[in-house]
Design a protein around this ligand. Structure first.
Ligand SMILES: NC(=O)c1ccc[n+]([C@@H]2O[C@H](COP(=O)([O-])OP(=O)(O)OC[C@H]3O[C@@H](n4cnc5c(N)ncnc54)[C@H](OP(=O)(O)O)[C@@H]3O)[C@@H](O)[C@H]2O)c1
Length: 225
C-alpha cells in the first residue's frame, strides 16, 4: 500500500503508539481518521493530524466499534487501511487473575479489534490493509501473562484465519507482533506488576515496524499474506 493519500483509520490513536503512528502517517501524506477512548488525547491527536475527524471508541461497545468503519468511510470518502492499536496488559499468575479481569483483557485485546476489523472487511478494497498490533507474547506465552497472551493469541488466530479466507480477493490482513516498546504500556496494566523487562524498542522504532508492515502488505510484520 502506498501511504501517500491513503485514507487510514487508527483505532487506539489515543495511545502512545497509535498517536505516533497517526502523526507519522499524516506527515507522510495519508488522510487520517482517529478513534479512541480518552477525549483529551483524542482532541490532541486529531489536532496533530491536521484536525483529523475523530470519534470516541469504547471497547465494551462492540456495535460502536463496528460503526467506526462506516463513520470513517463517510468522513474520508472511503477507506484504504485500518490499523488497530487498542490494547491493555494484565500481569500475574493465572490463579490471581480473576474472571472479570480475563473478560476485560479479552474484550479490549480481542473482541473490540475483531469488531472493528470485521466491519472493515466490507469497506476496505483489495490493495488495502487491515492490521492490528498483537505482540510477541502470542508466540512466547510467558509465565505471569496467561490471560493477556491468550487475548492477543485470540486476535492473532482470527487474523490468520481471515487472511486465508481473503487471500485471493480482499485487502491484506496483517498481524504486527511487536516486542516490548518503551511506551509505558506495561505500567498501565489493568492488574499485576510487570516483570523486569529488558530495554524495549523506542516508539519511533515500533512505528517504523508498523509502517513496514503496511507498505509491504504484511511481509514486514512476518505474519502477512
Ligand atoms: N508497548 C508495548 O510494549 C507493546 C508490545 C507489544 C504490543 N503492544 C500493543 O500495542 C498497542 C498500543 O500499545 P501502546 O504501547 O501504545 O499502549 P497505550 O499507550 O496504553 O495505548 C493503548 C490504547 O488502547 C486503548 N484502550 C485501552 N483500553 C481501552 C478500552 N477499554 N476501550 C477503548 N480503548 C481502550 C487506549 O485508549 P485510551 O488511551 O483512550 O484510554 C489506547 O488508545 C496495544 O495493542 C498493545 O497491546 C504494545
Amino acid at each position: 500500500m502506498d501511504v501517500k493519500d491513503a485514507r487510514v483509520l487508527v483505532p487506539g490513536a489515543t495511545g502512545v503508539i497509535g498517536a505516533a503512528l497517526a502523526e507519522r502517517l499524516y506527515g507522510l501524506g495519508a488522510r487520517i481518521a482517529v478513534a479512541g477512548r480518552d477525549p483529551d488525547s483524542l482532541s490532541r491527536v486529531a489536532a496533530a493530524c491536521g484536525d483529523a475527524p475523530a470519534r470516541r471508541l469504547d471497547a465494551y461497545d462492540l456495535d460502536g466499534c463496528a460503526r467506526s468503519i462506516p463513520w470513517a468511510v463517510g468522513e474520508l470518502g472511503g477507506l484504504d487501511a485500518v490499523v488497530v492499536c487498542v490494547g491493555v496488559a494484565g500481569f500475574g499468575p493465572a490463579e490471581e487473575v480473576g474472571d472479570t479481569v480475563a473478560e476485560h483483557l479479552l474484550t479490549v485485546n480481542a473482541l473490540a479489534p475483531v469488531a472493528v476489523l470485521r466491519a472493515a472487511l466490507a469497506a476496505v478494497p483489495a490493495g488495502g490493509v487491515l492490521a492490528a498490533v498483537t505482540g510477541v507474547v502470542v508466540d512466547a506465552a510467558p509465565a505471569g501473562m496467561a490471560d493477556y497472551a491468550a487475548s492477543k493469541a485470540a486476535l492473532a488466530t482470527w487474523l490468520t484465519s481471515v487472511r486465508r479466507e481473503r487471500r485471493r480477493t480482499g485487502p491484506a490482513v496483517v498481524d504486527i507482533r511487536l516486542s516490548h516498546v518503551e511506551s509505558g504500556f506495561a505500567e498501565r496494566a489493568v492488574c499485576g506488576t510487570p516483570p523486569t523487562l529488558p530495554r524495549g524498542r523506542t516508539v519511533d522504532e515500533a512505528v517504523d515496524r508498523i509502517l513496514d508492515a503496511l507498505t509491504s502488505g504484511g511481509a514486514g510484520a512476518g505474519h502477512g499474506p
